[in-house]
Design a protein around this ligand. Structure first.
Ligand code: F6R
Length: 606
């Protein structure tokens, strides 16, 4: 987490850094700061809280063409100005995204020479670089040695006092893009920060060093020889990182869901034919077991997909939290496919889980959004979810793109195993058009969700209950509600409620029941009625088909009714209304929807 930016060029560096930091703010917003060169001296300004506070503190009259900036998600030390980046020690100023794991040991060694002001690991790294520079009198050598000494993850932007118009960068396990455009040179944690200037970028490998000054952008390999790099092109546009008239990125991104489905169809299913998928995804015939790994919503997408892999492709599937998987015993199996799901492709726990699976000789498949991200690069195989840039911290369109890609993969596996014929598979695929039409109606006609939100936004607690796949959907719906509205919310397996948790249900407690699986609908409905008997306020989320069976039985207070499509894609259109409900609840509460407290979008720490 944390976002870093660096700029050397012809424009006002303060402005480039501030606008870049605003684009990176989704990565953390506990504090921000910039360091820039004014007439050969490095000036540092830092502020607690959002980039707006920093922007107000800047003296517009300072003339500068070089600088580095940072937006922080606190890991070591509370969010205050002392712990804010950039840090300056001796002759060196740095910004850092990542975690230095051996910083305590390094700090103990460096204490004789330096007195530390902050509680951060970054200040220690800064002192180390300074010390190595003093010893070696050569910046590249000092940086190479730094990479050999520190352990953990990092992307550093570095300025030396005696070369204030030059930025150096090194990275390991934290993202960094580098770019040049007409004598303007950039580093950034994410292309979003530099898209107003260019969509061409370079990536830096572990062990390489980058140097940016007014003469150019240079890359050095481990032997400190200059190397050439291939340029990458980001296919999106500036619109991807703008709100485009929406009040919040979250609402924009929910509205983008139909575009994402269309992108997936255009790219992987141009003829809506199962053989298209074979062409684009490859063959998965050899696998008889699947383990899906992810964190947060990505983990929830895995839980939804488990139902598809088991029911359609008849493949036993385990779903693991990445933070647990990386420390558990692994039973190596050559016929097992390990699927890593990650929007950012940089989540530290998921990346380590991937490495662990590879160490155990398992085949790995990344289901990833961000192109060329670490998990995408290190997985044996990647399927991109094509969701475009997602900026709101709470994922919406990327989560649904993950669910769609996984459902398509399960259908392909079912077809490859001869469990689904080509005709049957194509019949499922045909419903994707319906999914798009229904989602369009849901997002355009969102009054219903606003009305329900208005009735419940003052609640303190909420429960989401369901069975089977509906339980998995509840977990995501509940996470979305709590993370942006701060209402305590729990997802529960409907049948499990009576074994303890039902004691929390009292008059007017909101219980949202998700009921889409008609085979077990009556069971969940009975559980909902058990909460009704204790005074709950029930919001039923169900399909037209199930509603037909129960329409004379008005046990609920509110109903969200969704048209039926093939069960393979039903989860997609059940989720969008629940995302909108969370959005409007948070809106009525006046919360910071795109940047909920304590969170960051890309969790690059363990
Ligand atoms: C919740 C949310 C998080 C992420 C999780 C994994 O709305 O966005 O729970 O899903 O941090 O992130 P990625 O998918 O980038 O690995």
């Amino acid at each position: 987490m944390c976002g870093i930016i660096g700029y050397v060029g012809r424009q006002d560096a303060k402005e480039v850094l501030i606008s870049g930091l605003k684009a990176l703010e989704y990565r953390g917003y506990d504090s921000s700061g910039i360091a820039f060169n004014v007439k050969g001296k490095i000036k540092i300004i830092k502020k607690e809280g959002k980039v707006l506070n920093l922007e107000k503190a800047i003296d517009k009259n300072d003339t500068t063409f070089e600088g580095i900036g940072h937006t922080r998600w606190a890991t070591h030390g509370i969010p205050n100005e002392i712990n804010a980046h950039p840090h300056h020690v001796g002759n060196v100023t740095i910004v850092h995204n990542g975690i230095i794991e051996n910083y305590i040991e390094l700090k103990n060694n460096l204490k004789k020479k330096y007195s530390f002001q902050s509680e951060t690991d970054t200040e220690v790294a800064c002192a180390l670089i300074d010390s190595l520079y003093q010893e070696n009198k050569d910046k590249l050598v000092a940086l190479k040695k730094t990479t050999e000494i520190i352990t953990g993850s990092y992307a550093f932007g570095i300025i030396f006092d005696d070369e204030p118009d030059t930025i150096y960068a090194i990275r390991k396990d934290s993202p960094l893009v580098l770019a040049e455009k007409e004598n303007n040179f950039f580093i950034a944690s994410d292309i979003a920060a530099i898209l107003p200037y260019t969509n061409h970028y370079y990536l830096l490998k572990e062990g390489e060093i980058a140097k940016l000054n007014h003469d150019g952008l240079y890359f050095y390999n481990n032997d400190l020889s200059i190397i050439k790099k291939d340029e990458n092109i980001y296919e999106g546009t500036l619109d991807d990182v703008m709100k485009n008239g929406y009040d919040h990125f979250m609402l924009k991104e929910i509205n983008d869901e139909t575009k994402v489905y269309q992108n997936i169809i255009n790219s992987y299913l141009p003829n809506l034919d199962i053989t298209d998928l074979e062409k684009h995804f490859g063959s998965f015939k050899k696998y008889d077991h699947i383990t899906i790994i992810g964190c947060g919503s990505a983990y929830h997408a895995g839980l939804v997909a488990k139902n598809y892999f088991e029911n359609y492709a008849n493949i036993p599937t385990d779903v693991e939290l990445a933070s647990e998987y990386r420390y558990k015993k692994i039973f190596s199996n050559r016929k097992e496919l390990v699927i890593l799901i990650s929007q950012s492709g940089e989540t530290a726990d998921t990346l380590e889980a991937l490495r662990k699976a590879k160490e155990n000789n398992m085949d790995t498949l990344g289901i990833i959004n961000v192109l060329s991200s670490s998990i995408a690069r290190e997985s044996d195989k990647v399927i991109y979810i094509l969701a475009g840039v997602e900026i709101a911290v709470a994922t919406t369109k990327a989560y649904l793109a993950q669910v769609l890609i996984l459902s398509l993969l399960a259908l392909l596996m079912s077809y490859e195993k001869g469990l689904t014929t080509k005709e049957e598979a194509n019949k499922h695929l045909k419903d994707l058009k319906k999914v798009i039409d229904i989602t369009k109606l849901i997002v355009n006609d969102n009054q219903k969700y606003q009305l329900i939100a208005k009735k419940i936004y003052n609640e303190k607690d909420m429960f989401f209950i369901g069975r089977g796949i509906d339980y998995a959907l509840c977990m995501e719906a509940s996470l979305k509600m709590k993370e942006i509205s701060y209402i305590h919310s729990e997802a529960y397996a409907a049948g499990e409620l009576k074994h303890g948790t039902i004691s929390l249900i009292e008059d007017n407690t909101v219980v949202i029941g998700i009921v889409t699986d008609k085979n077990i609908a009556s069971k969940t409905i009975s559980n909902l009625k058990e909460t009704k008997a204790r005074g709950s306020n029930i919001i039923l989320v169900t399909t037209s088909e199930i509603y037909e069976e129960i329409k004379t039985d008005k046990f609920y207070n509110e109903i969200i009714l969704i048209d039926n499509v093939t069960p393979l894609f039903q989860s997609l259109i059940i989720t969008t209304p629940l995302q909108l409900l969370s959005y409007y609840v948070a809106l009525y509460k006046g919360e910071n929807i795109d940047q909920p407290r304590n969170l960051a979008k890309s969790v690059t720490v363990e």
